[in-house]
Structure formats: C-alpha cells, structure tokens
Design a protein around this ligand. Structure first.
Ligand code: G6P
Ligand code: BGC
Ligand code: BGC
Length: 915
C-alpha cells in the first residue's frame, strides 16, 4: 500500500492520492510492529498457560483433552454435528483405519435462521438435534447406534473430552441460557428428545480449530497446529502438557485451544488499532472483546472496508464527493471484499459494490476500492502470521529444535475464498519465524472429519489404555500377595537352615563362616578380588587405624569377555591370574605375598572361610568344570600354572557378605547385606543355634541366603506372568534363579522387552510394528528403565531411546513404554522389599524383640542407579515389617573392602592361634 499512484492518474487527484495514503497508512504494519505483535502474543500465551485457574488471563489457552495426533489406525463409523455461524452441518464419517486411511464422508448442511442466533439457547440446540434426525432419516439406513463428536466453535471451559462449558458467545451469537452451561449436556438432552429412533452418545466436543488440525493429520505427517480464519479466528496447537498449569500433568502433549480472538482485550494491541477498528468495536455486540478477531476474521473485514470507504467519501476521496456518507453498516460483506481482490474481475466487482452503495464509481475509484480491500486483507494476513509465528517459535523452543518442520491445518472462508491469503501468511512467516519449515494443509471437508477422528482417536486411546492396563494388571502385586511372598521366603529360609531339609529348600542359606561384623581393630595390607558383578576388580586394600585415615583402596577394573565367562574353568581362572599379575606389576608389588580376600559373587557351599564349592553359576557365567569344585583351589591351581608367582588366599566371600562387612565397618548396626545389581541376593547374621548345617550353638554366623534361587521349586509360580516364563526359558539357566529373574538388572530389561513385543504384536504400541532390534535378546538393557523413568525426563528423550531401537514412536507410545517400565521395576522393588521384610522380621523374632533397629548394607547398579527403586524397597519394607526400623546404607567401596576386612580378621585369628 506504500504507493497508490497508478498510470493515467489525473494531475488534479493529488489530494485523493494523499487521502488514500493517509487512510491506509495505519493499516500498513511494519516488520518491527509485527515482530512486536509476535512477542506480545508469546507473552500472552505464557500468561494463559501458567494460570492455575482458567479464565484469569486475557487469552485463555484452554486444554482440549485431545492428547494424540492421529496415527492412521483410527477406525469406525462416527457422527459429527458441526455448528458454524451460518449453518449446522451433520456429517457421517467412516474411517477404515488401514495404512492409507480411507475416509468416507456423507454430509448435509442446514442453514440457521438469523433468529436462532439471538433466541433462547434451547431453540438452537433443538434445531441442531432436529437437523441431525433429518439427516439420519435420509442417510442412516439401518444403523441406529452412534458415537457423536460435536464441533462447537466457541470459547469453552473444557474439563474432559465430553464436558465443555460455554464461557462466552462470539461471532454474533447471543442466545441466552447457554453461557456457563455444559453444551454437551444441552445437546445430548436435545438429541434424546428429537432423535428418539436413534441411540446417540456424544463422546467428544471440540473446537473447530481442533477439528481442522485433526482433519489435516495423516499417519505419516502429523499436523500439530490448527488455524481457522472464518467468521471468527482462532488457533490450536500441540503443547507440552507440563506447560499447561491447570492440567498438573507432566507427560506427553495436549492440544491447547488458544482462543486467540481475545488477544488484545487487555490493551496489548491498542497502539495498532485505527479509528476504523475503534468504531467497529463500539458498534459490535461485544465492545472491547475479541480485539484480535476483529482485526482478522471475515465477520469484520467487510465492516472495516466500509468504515474506510465511508471516511474517503466524507473527505471527497471517492466519486468527487457527490455523497457524504455511506448507507448503514453491514452493506459491505467480506465475501464482496474478497471478490474485489480478484485479479481479472476485481475492478468490475468494485464497480458494482460502489453502485450498490449509491456511488457512480470511476475507474480510479474502483482501483482505490481494490486497494482498500487489499490493505485490509493484508493486515489480516500479517497479524495472523505474527500470531502463527508465536506458536511456531514456542513449539520449536519447547522441543529444543534448531529447525522446526511442521504442518499447519488451515480452514475458513479467508483461505477458501482468497487463494492469496495463505501465500501472504507464508511470505510473512519467512522473516517472523525463519527457523520453521511450514506446510499448510487445507482441511478437505471442514473440521467434520477431524472431529470424527478426535472421536475415533479418543475411542482408540481408550481401547489402547485398557489393553495396556489389563496386561500390566498381571504384574500388579497386592499387599496381600506381597505378604504371601514374604511368608513363602520365610518358610524357605527355615527349610534351608535346617540340616534335614536344606537340600529341598530353594534358598540354600549357605554359612559364610563370618561370625561378626568388623570392630575397627582390623589392620594391614590385603589383596582382594571382586568377581561376579558388572566389573571384575583387583584391589589393594590398606586398613589403618581411624586416626591414620582408615581404609585406603587402590584398584583396577578388568573385563571378563563373555567367551571367557562362558568358556572353560581353566581359561577363566588363568585370565583372573593374568589380571592379578598385571595389577601387582602396575602397583610395583610383584613378589609380595599379601593375604587375599576373594569376593566371588556366586553361590558357594563353604566348610571354612577359605574354601567354597561352587553350587551353580548364575548371571551369564557358565565356565565349564567349575561347578562342584572348590573355587579357591581352582584359583590356587591357576596361580601354580604361572611360574614365579604366589598367592595367599585366606577367605572366599560372597558379595552380599562383603557388602555387609564393608558397611559394617562404618555402622555397627549393619547386620544384613543386600545386592540388587546384575543379580540379587542377601545375607544376614543368624543365630548359630538356628544354623543346623554348622556345628555349634554359640554366637552368630552370617548366612548367604542365595535368595536369587527362591522359587526354583515352583513356589512362586502363582506370581509369575507369561513374560517371566519367556525370559526364564530364553536364559542360559532355565528353571534356575527364578526370584532373581523377577528382580535383578540382568532381567528387567528383558521382561520389559517381551511386554513391548506383546503390545506391539496386538497393535497397542508402535502402530503394531516391532523393530528387529526390539526382537533381539538383551537389546533393551535395564539401564534404559533407569533413564526412561527419571523424573523430569522429556518425552522427547524417551522417544529418542526407543527410536534408537528402530521403532516409530508416538507420544502415547512413549508414555505407555514408560508405564511398562514403571510397573516392571516397581514389582521388582516390591518383591525385593518383601524379601528384606522376611529377613529383618526373622532377625527380630530370633532376638525376641518388639522393635528391631537394623541397618542393611546395599550395593548393586540397579539399586543405586534406578531413580525410584530404593525408595520403593523402603516403602514396602515399612508396610511388611512394621516392627522393624530399617536403615539402608549404600556401600561406597564395593565388597572388595569387606573381603579384605574378613581376611584381616582371619589373619589375626590365625596369628593368635599360632602365638
Ligand atoms: C558390588 C560388588 C560386586 C557385586 C556388585 C553388584 O560393587 O563389589 O562384587 O557383584 O556390587 O553389582 P552389579 O550391579 O555390578 O552386579
Ligand atoms: C471462537 C473460537 C473459534 C473461532 C473460529 C471464535 O470466535 O471464540 O472458539 O475457534 O471463532 O471459528
Ligand atoms: C548370585 C549371588 C550373588 C548375587 C548378587 C546371584 O546371581 O547367586 O551369589 O550374591 O547374584 O551378585
């Protein structure tokens, strides 16, 4: 609009040119002004989203309860009723839900008489219901049961997909008796009254922007913004749920209906308003309201043009000033404005408009009218672009993306009748949101199909959630069942402790020959080996007095390659000795023969401190020719095979025992050792009189429970799911370590993986497609659970993990996977807690105490790294062992330190015996 001169303009028309410039200049918004509008819109969005109560901010940013964009699997036959300013449209949509979603639409539009816009709301709703009945009578065929989605394009407070109270009418509607009411109820009542032959249930009510967004989505290209520029204007988009304060949710996304028409109602646009806008607002039925809408939407553009022409006429800018005022408002319809913009016929249309207004328009007049129309439409598009740029920027920042590629679903008269409109938007967005690559998708048949899709998506999500829940219910552990597990373990403990029944017990309750926890008097330098967890370590442990700094540890981590862990015993022990030699060389201690404590984290039957017969391998070890042999002897033989090298193995120690001793050094109350890592197990101080498998009645001995094998006799069968059976069968030790396979790090990822496979198989997850990686054993490690379950982890990161596995993941998929992880790890923590409860209760009863105070020394990657596991163990113990006050102390130095302390005690005892 910068230059209104045109060829052939008469020299005397300088006045007119100036007048045109003056009249249109305020509509011509500079780039800087548009940037400011974008900035203010962003602020208004933030204010609206952060309100804890709806309706407090100028722009409401209303949650719509539409959580999913579509994934192409929606199917079914749905009814839609769509109210717009001039019509009620009844639509029947059939979705086939196959890869290339086929949509069949039948519809009929019924004109709304002017009177319905002002009459009692009941009349309007009755009219809608009657239209629906008419439509069904002519199209319904035999079907009588329907789910219905209601497109209601007004400012509503929604509390669920099927509950929505009208806040305020806009766009000329003023029917009394509806504001503050639930429009779903009003329509349902009207339908029940007027559609008696049918059974119709409204299951979703949506804003027209939401219908537009959804109707423009396809499985491959989700559309995440909906924009309507019609009689009214508005936008919706997928916002991170955690940013919508009223929701109080952290997960996923939700579509937010911005109600941007009211942007500026607080004065934020005052500096941009022209006199025309002020007049128009004053004449409207809602002065001061919907200020942004009045600058943009088609209900008002004709009036703005009218006001400008009126001004031009009164100042002699048109038709040489023959008349001084135009007839009343409403004469210039927006559809006429849009016609005038037409390249070929525009000028003729301008002429006929001028004639209708009583003006004999000259060619120049027609040209000026066209320019007025252009300026008004340009401003509308520019402001719309500024608003859209704010949404795009907000989404891009929330998703932490340098570039955003996104589809925007568009609908409304302005797009349909003015092909240039979306082009103008695009041009402006190039500099208002340069980091965004936008595709505009024109909604095909109004929001109707989109509403049907919301209805279908709601039905699909509901069904998926039910499938997920019914599957996860199998893993639910009630307190009653946890008590049963606790009691079963208690029974197995008794069986394992008694000499006669030890062989039939699933928990072997192995004596450790450790009779007390450290008392602080231990001294000396020791070697320690630590084998059986994630890492194999060789350590030098120097035990000084507390004054001299207590315990110092120097250690090296070595790997045990799987082919060694699963090769021959000779290979394994030779490898261990090679590592020891390397360590001693590095530490400059070759030739020294220090006493050695050997943490060996597998079940060993001990007859003394320095002898341990391997009962079985666990946790992925299977080296041949070791089971049934004394592990210390195997180590000594390997040492012998190395020349010029000697070792003095004084103790073999289970990692639970090492951990208990290590923590006991700092806390004399520590009488239980617990490991929840690759495997799981516990040990505790038992009364000698209860240990039937060792001679002697006096004092206590630490018992390595080997609770990983609990249930190997089938006693846990009632609590196992098909997933547990599958994981067991696919393991290298089927039928063994059944309790361990429910709890420990080596297996939780596998359980989750099998559940995900099942859910994908039944179409609940990943659109029914599992990737090759998900089908591969151990490709979903337990550390994924720890990450996925971390508080505050963005859904994006959850999805990134799953996408790494080659999966196509929707927002809902991410949420459901997280739920699966939570349920699996929660069950593990509860079972672990039930077992700890059995142990501490036994100690309490042994000592005939009403209340026991005891510390559990803990180690293991799962316990330490998982964000909630430790807390859930503690909570379960509290419930199941209410008379025990249990402190959990995490071991910082691993169990090697404990093994060294045990070696120290053994050496002192040996010295005392020799003296
Ligand atoms: C401690 C011990 C290891 C033990 C491990 C369990 O650190 O030193 O001997 O096996 O905990 O943890 P992980 O998670 O490595 O299996
Ligand atoms: C209404 C919105 C609607 C928009 C476009 C506005 O007047 O308040 O809810 O989305 O018009 O139809
Ligand atoms: C072993 C135990 C060990 C536990 C934790 C189990 O597989 O049998 O001896 O304590 O893992 O590492």
């Amino acid at each position: 609009m910068e230059n209104v001169a045109q060829p052939g303009q008469k020299s005397g028309s300088n006045h007119v040119t100036k007048l045109m410039q003056k009249s249109l200049q305020p509509l011509n918004l500079s780039q800087e002004q548009l940037r400011q509008v974008k900035g203010r819109m962003l602020e208004a969005m933030e204010r609206g989203l952060s309100q804890r109560e709806e309706g407090k901010a100028t722009m409401s940013m209303l949650p719509t309860y539409v959580r999913a964009t579509l994934d192409g699997t929606e199917r079914g036959d749905f009814l839609v009723l769509e109210l717009s300013q001039k019509q009620v449209r009844a639509v029947r949509v059939q979705l086939t839900g196959i890869e290339q979603q086929q949509v069949q639409v039948q519809d009929h539009a019924y004109d709304i008489q002017e009177k319905f816009l002002k009459e009692d709301g009941k009349q309007l709703f009755s009219f809608m219901a009657k239209c629906l009945a008419k439509f069904l009578d002519s199209h319904g065929k035999t079907q009588t049961d329907f789910s219905l989605g209601f497109s209601f394009p007004f400012h509503c407070h929604q509390t669920g997909l099927d509950h929505s109270e009208l806040i305020s009418w806009t766009k000329g509607f003023q029917c009394p008796g509806v504001e503050g009411e639930d429009v779903v109820q009003l329509l349902q009542q009207a339908i029940d009254q007027h559609c008696k032959r049918y059974h119709i249930r409204i299951i979703a009510v949506v804003n027209d922007t939401v219908g537009t967004m959804m109707s423009c989505s396809s499985g491959d290209e989700p559309c995440e913004i909906g924009l309507v520029v019609d009689a009214g204007t508005n936008s919706c988009y997928m916002e991170e749920a955690r940013h919508v304060a009223v929701l109080g949710e952290n997960e996923g996304r939700m579509c937010v209906n911005m109600e941007w028409g009211s942007f500026g109602d607080d004065g934020a646009l005052d500096d941009l308003l022209t006199d025309y806008d002020r007049c128009l607002d004053q004449e409207s039925h809602n002065p001061g309201k919907q200020r942004f809408e009045k600058l943009i939407s088609s209900l008002y553009l004709g009036d703005v043009v009218h006001h400008i022409l009126d001004r031009l006429v009164s100042q002699g800018g048109l038709s040489g000033g023959i008349i001084t005022a135009l007839p009343t408002r409403g004469k210039v319809k927006t559809c006429r404005v849009l016609e005038i913009l037409h390249e070929q016929e525009g000028l003729a249309k301008a002429k006929s408009l001028l004639m209708e207004l009583g003006l004999e328009g000259s060619d120049l007049d027609c040209f000026h009218v066209q320019q007025v129309c252009q300026a008004v439409c340009n401003r509308s598009a520019n402001l719309c672009a500024a608003g859209l740029a704010a949404i795009l920027t907000r989404i891009r920042i929330a998703r932490e993306l340098p570039q955003l590629k996104i589809a925007v679903g568009i609908d409304g008269e302005m797009f349909r009748k003015q092909a240039q409109y979306s082009h103008m938007l695009k041009q402006k967005l190039k500099f208002l949101a340069p980091e965004c690559d936008i595709t505009f998708v024109q909604s095909k048949d109004g929001g109707g199909r989109g509403v049907a899709m919301v209805t279908a998506a709601a039905a699909r999500l509901f069904a998926q959630r039910q499938q997920l829940q019914s599957l996860l219910n199998q893993l639910h552990m009630s307190t009653e069942n946890l008590c049963k597990v606790q009691a079963l373990l208690r029974r197995e403990m008794e069986l394992g402790l008694a000499k006669e029944t030890n062989v039939i017990a699933s928990t072997r309750m192995l004596p450790s020959y450790v009779r007390s926890i450290p008392d602080g008097s231990e001294r000396g330098d020791f070697l320690a080996l630590d084998l059986g967890g994630t890492n194999f370590r060789v350590l030098l442990v120097q035990v000084h007095s507390q004054e001299q700094g207590g315990v110092h540890i120097f250690s090296e981590v070595y790997s045990i390659p799987p082919q060694v862990a699963q090769g021959t015993g000779t290979q394994l022990f030779d490898h261990i000795v090679t590592c020891i030699v390397d360590f001693q060389t590095k530490q400059g201690m070759m030739g020294q023969k220090l006493p050695l404590g050997f943490t060996f984290s597998f079940p060993c039957k001990q007859t003394s401190l320095d002898q341990g017969i391997l009962v079985r391998w666990t946790k992925g070890f299977s080296a041949s020719d070791c089971v049934g042999k004394d592990v210390v002897q195997l180590l000594r033989e390997a040492v012998k095979r190395q020349q010029h090298f000697d070792l003095d193995v004084v103790a073999i120690v289970n990692d639970t025992v090492g951990t208990m001793m290590s923590c006991g050094y700092d806390d004399p109350n520590c009488e239980v050792g617990l490991i929840v890592g690759t495997g799981t197990n516990a040990c505790y101080m038992e009364e000698m009189q209860n240990v039937g498998t060792v001679e002697g009645e006096e004092g206590r001995m630490c018992i390595n429970m080997e609770w990983g094998a609990f249930g190997d006799n089938g006693c846990l069968e009632p609590f196992m799911t098909t997933f547990d059976q599958t994981v067991d069968k696919a393991s290298i030790n089927p039928g063994q370590q059944r309790f361990e396979k429910l709890i420990s790090g080596m297996y939780l990822g596998e359980i989750v993986r099998h559940i995900l496979l099942k859910l994908a198989g039944q179409g609940t997850l990943f659109r029914g497609q599992a990737s090759p990686a998900l089908q591969t054993k151990d490709l979903f490690p337990t550390k994924f659970l720890s990450v996925i379950e971390s508080d505050g982890l963005a859904q994006r990161q959850v999805r990134a993990i799953l996408e790494e596995l080659g999966l196509r993941v929707s927002c809902e998929d991410g949420m459901m996977v997280r739920e699966v992880c939570q349920v699996v790890s929660h069950r593990a923590a509860q079972l672990c807690g039930a077992a700890v409860a059995a142990v501490v209760e036994k100690i309490r009863e042994n000592r005939a105490l009403e209340q026991l105070e005891v510390t559990v020394g803990v180690d293991g990657t799962l316990y330490k790294l998982h964000p909630h596991f430790s807390q859930q163990v503690k909570e379960t113990v509290k419930v199941l062992a209410p008379c025990c006050s249990v402190t959990f102390l995490q071991s910082e130095d691993g169990s090697g330190k404990g093994a060294a302390l045990i070696a120290a005690v053994a050496c002192r005892a040996a010295q005392q015996q020799n003296a």
